[in-house]
Design a protein around this ligand. Structure first.
Ligand code: ZN
Length: 360
C-alpha cells in the first residue's frame, strides 16, 4: 500500500509502497481505511528536519507521517463493541507510557514520564497510509452528519483540552459576569491559523467577546469566517486591542507576538501558551513579572488531548456545523492527492487555513 514516509531527524518526505497488512485482527482491533489527513505545522516541522523530538518507531529507520486523521472501519475483531463496518472514526494520537498515574487513568496528555509515543510524530507510525490497524480504545466514532469536517477533530481536541483547563483553573475565584455569563470577558487569540480560529469558535459560542490578532490583514476566507462567528480581526501593525484582556491565547509561539500584549491583561486573567517555535530571543522586564503577580495572572501551557476531549470535540463540530453553516468546511482551503502532498508539506500555500490529503 501507499504511504507518506519520513526519516527523522533527516529532512524529506516520499510517497512509498510499504508492506500491506497481512495478519488477522485481535479481539479489540479494528482495520481502518484512511479517508483523509490534515496537514499542520508539526508535519512540516518533521519534513523540514526542524522538529528535533520526532523519531521513527524503535528498530525502524523510517516513520509513516500523519497525525490528523479520518478513516472508515473495514473490519473489526470479535470483542469490538460500538463500532460497525462502514463507521467513520478518528484515532487519538498519543499512546501512554503505561506506567504513570495519568497514563493509567486515560490522561496520557498529562504523561509524567515522557515515555509516551505519538502516531506520525514520535515512536509510532502515523496515519498517512491507505490502511492501518488500531485498538478500539484509541478510536472515536464520528456521526455521519459531520464526516465532511471531522478531519478537523484532532486539532480541535487540543483546543477543547486547553479550554477545559482554563475553565477549571479559573474557578480559583468568582470569574463570571454579574449576569452569570461571560459576556463581559475579552479573549485575545494571537494567530489566525486553524488553531486560532478553533479557539475563537469555542470562546465565541460560550459568549466571550473574541478578538483574533495577526500582524497582517486577514485573507478573504479568514475575514468571512471571523465575521460569521461574531469575532473581530485586529491587524496589530495598524491598531492595538482597545480593551483589557481577560484571556490571552498564543498560538504563534513567538514571544514578540504575545508578551507585549501582557500589559493589557486584566486582574485575575489567564494566559494560555499553545504555539511552539524555535530561535526567537525576547527580553522580559521585571516590571512585567510584578504586574503578573499583582494581578493574580494565571499562565499555563497546554499540549495534546485526552479521548474525552475528542468526544467533546465531536459535539462541538456537530453544533457548529448547524449554528455556523459554511464556516468549518471553508476552513479546508485545499484538498490534495497523496502524490501531491510533498509539495504542500514543504511549502505552506498562501492563504491556507487547512490543507488536507484525500485518500479516496
Ligand atoms: Zn505516562
Amino acid at each position: 500500500m501507499k504511504a507518506l514516509v519520513v526519516h527523522p531527524p533527516n529532512k524529506g518526505v516520499e510517497v512509498k509502497e510499504i508492506s500491506d497488512i497481512d495478519r488477522s485482527l485481535n479481539g479489540n482491533e479494528v482495520l481502518i481505511k484512511t479517508i483523509a489527513n490534515g496537514i499542520c505545522g508539526t508535519d512540516r516541522g518533521i519534513v523540514s528536519g526542524l522538529l528535533k523530538f520526532s523519531r521513527p518507531p524503535t528498530e525502524k529507520n523510517s516513520l509513516v507521517l500523519g497525525h490528523e486523521n479520518l478513516g472508515q472501519v473495514i473490519d473489526k475483531g470479535s470483542n469490538v463493541q460500538g463500532l460497525s463496518k462502514g463507521d467513520h472514526v478518528v484515532s487519538i494520537v498519543r499512546r501512554g507510557c503505561g506506567k504513570c498515574s495519568n497514563c493509567l487513568a486515560g490522561r496520557q496528555d498529562f504523561c509524567e514520564t515522557g515515555e509516551f509515543v505519538e502516531a506520525g510524530i514520535r515512536g509510532l507510525d502515523g496515519f498517512m497510509r491507505e490502511f492501518y490497524i488500531d485498538n478500539t480504545s484509541y478510536l472515536v466514532r464520528i456521526p455521519y452528519e459531520i464526516v465532511d469536517i471531522a478531519v478537523l477533530l484532532e486539532p480541535l481536541s487540543n483546543v477543547v483540552k486547553a479550554y477545559n483547563e482554563l475553565m477549571l483553573t479559573q474557578r480559583r475565584m468568582i470569574w463570571w459576569c454579574k449576569d452569570g455569563s461571560y459576556g463581559c470577558k475579552n479573549v485575545a487569540v494571537v494567530g489566525s491559523g486553524p488553531i486560532g480560529l478553533l479557539f475563537s469558535l469555542i470562546f465565541s459560542v460560550q459568549g466571550f467577546n473574541t478578538f483574533v490578532l495577526n500582524k497582517r490583514d486577514p485573507f478573504p476566507t479568514e475575514a468571512e469566517i471571523i465575521e460569521k462567528i461574531n469575532a473581530k480581526f485586529i491587524n496589530t501593525t495598524k491598531g492595538q486591542l482597545p480593551y483589557v484582556i481577560d484571556v490571552l491565547i498564543d498560538t504563534s509561539g513567538y514571544p514578540s507576538a504575545f508578551i507585549p500584549l501582557m500589559n493589557k491583561l486584566n486582574k485575575n486573567s489567564a494566559v494560555i501558551l499553545f504555539g511552539t517555535t524555535g530561535g526567537e530571543k525576547f527580553e522580559v522586564n521585571a516590571d512585567l513579572i510584578t504586574y503578573l503577580v499583582e494581578n493574580n495572572v494565571l499562565l499555563f501551557g497546554s499540549v495534546n488531548a485526552s479521548k474525552r476531549d475528542f468526544e467533546e470535540g465531536v459535539n462541538y463540530l456537530t453544533i457548529w456545523k448547524y449554528r455556523y453553516p459554511n464556516v468549518l468546511n471553508k476552513m479546508i482551503t485545499r484538498v490534495v492527492k497523496p502524490e501531491e502532498a510533498s509539495e504542500v508539506l514543504y511549502t505552506k500555500p498562501r492563504g491556507e487555513i487547512k490543507t488536507i490529503i484525500s485518500w479516496v
